[in-house]
Design a protein around this ligand. Structure first.
Ligand SMILES: Nc1ncnc2c1ncn2[C@@H]1O[C@H](COP(=O)(O)OP(=O)(O)OP(=O)(O)O)[C@@H](O)[C@H]1O
Ligand SMILES: [Mg+2]
Length: 440
């Protein structure tokens, strides 16, 4: 089903500025849509239409198939939550707690239900410590977090966020995107605007590029970002990973489909004819022409003398232990060095969170892996790791970082709840990594 649709949407401000001219936009239920476009291209004006904040000069806006009208506007505002670009336009209550409580109050919840809803949201956004503060006294990034939390508390089906990550630090961006993914896994449609091409490329199911009030182009990130001229003409920056891929491809190192993440990029790297590898030969050194076998040690590829083992090569120059040597004719599947992925499915916030988890079982699972790396996705998993006094190795981009570590030989455990755990499984399958799944 289509969650939000605009047909021939036009909007002119009172001073005559034509902010939108003939926008046809569509976001399907459960989709993650990113809207990109230079300053003044009409992103904010478009978003104002999604919950009827402003009325089109011409054209139509449909929400779950219904055209917005006076009779359904109240219901539509419940279904479509809008987070403003400027948090100061959103936050008004004397405390963060009251600000977040505003939505649940409007939904008609009783005071106990309101309290429990606000606590859940404060916990999800990790802002319990801000509950008693005046929103006006928060930092820019904190205000953004509170503003998003306030809209999430209203439990809308569609979350529309106007530049939700601008002004946030790296951890704030990762947390926010993590929470949005979590909500998306719970079935919410997410539409956001951003100037961050890297984020749009790696996060979105679908991308819209606006320019001068028109849809310049829309489509799958893979198609949009493959078109270098399109991105330049739209006044946008190429994602760094795409730029890197193009440089590698120009030098004959990368090939295939355009990557949208570091993990995809690793697949684009063609088998290299000569590799520079640390020589790990104990006792004796290697000479040109010697056979070596390769293995992964502490996340680094090393060469040993001999031709036993799954991946072999021939030394190009003489070399000593501890030095980098050149190895040619590398044969065998490097993937066999990959470690295992263990996925622990943690109860999500709505299933009782970390309180409902069996910590002994987690300890038991973790004790089975040696040299391991741990990642936690989502609030419940992070809280659980904290409770156990453990540290995460991956704070950012957990799925991708975990898979990359596994490809470098580490055993990796990822704790995640609900749909996020499913995404880890999908990705592990996709990358042909060995995985095992446990449910708490
Ligand atoms: N209240 C207003 N009155 C008149 N013109 C406006 C008003 N608000 C926005 N505009 C104009 O409408 C156009 C679209 O603005 P909008 O804020 O939607 O762009 P945007 O893509 O969100 O930009 P940014 O990336 O800077 O947030 C711009 O030309 C802007 O000057
Ligand atoms: Mg804007």
């Amino acid at each position: 089903m289509t969650a939000i649709k605009t047909i021939g949407l036009e909007y002119a401000y009172a001073d005559g500025t034509n902010a939108l001219s003939g926008i046809n936009f569509e976001a399907n239920e459960g989709e993650k849509v990113a809207v990109l476009g230079p300053n003044g291209s009409g992103k904010t004006t478009l978003f104002y239409h999604f919950n009827g904040l402003i009325k089109p000069t011409c054209g139509e806006v449909q929400v779950f198939g219904e055209s917005i009208s006076k009779t359904n506007i109240e219901n539509i505002r419940k279904r479509v939550g809008l987070v403003f670009q400027e948090s100061d336009n959103q936050l008004f209550a004397p405390t963060v707690f009251e600000d977040i409580a505003f939505g649940p109050k409007n939904l008609g919840l009783d005071s106990n239900e309101i309290k429990s809803k606000v606590s859940e949201v404060l916990c999800r956004f990790d802002i319990e410590n801000l509950a008693r503060k005046n929103p006006a006294n928060l930092s820019g990034g904190q205000k953004k977090r509170v503003a998003i939390a306030g809209v999430v508390a209203m439990e809308p089906d569609v979350l529309v966020l106007d530049e939700p990550t601008s002004g946030m630090d790296a951890a704030g961006i990762t947390d926010t995107i993590g929470i949005l993914d979590e909500l998306n896994n719970e079935g919410k449609t997410i539409i956001l605007s951003t100037h961050d091409s890297d984020l749009a490329a790696s996060w979105a199911d679908r991308v819209y590029i606006l320019n001068k009030g028109k849809v310049f182009k829309s489509g799958l990130p893979r198609h949009i970002f493959a078109d270098e001229k399109l991105i330049a003409d739209a006044g946008l920056r190429q994602p760094v990973i795409v730029q890197t891929y193009r440089e590698f491809r120009a030098r004959g190192i990368s090939k295939g489909e355009i990557p949208l993440s570091v993990l995809d990029f690793m697949e684009s790297v063609d088998s290299i004819k000569v590799m520079k590898i640390r020589c790990a030969v104990a006792g004796c050194d290697v000479a040109a022409g010697d056979d070596v076998c390769l293995e992964m040690r502490d996340g680094m590829m090393v060469a040993n003398k001999g031709s036993k083992g799954g991946v072999t090569g021939t030394v190009v120059f003489d070399g000593m232990k501890g030095e980098d040597i050149a190895v040619k004719d590398v044969a065998g599947n490097l993937q066999q060095f990959a470690g295992n992925i263990t996925i622990i499915r943690v109860p999500g916030i709505i299933e009782g969170g970390s309180r409902a988890a069996d910590l002994e079982k987690v300890r038991d699972i973790l004790s089975k892996n040696k040299q391991q790396k741990i990642g936690a996705m989502g609030t419940s998993a992070k809280v659980l790791i904290n409770k156990m006094g453990l540290m995460c190795d991956f704070e950012f981009d957990v799925i991708q970082s975990g898979m990359l570590a596994a490809l470098r030989g580490f055993d990796v455990t990822i704790l995640a709840s609900g749909g996020m755990a499913d995404r880890v499984v999908e990705k592990a399958k996709d990358k042909k990594l060995n995985y095992e799944c446990f449910v708490l």
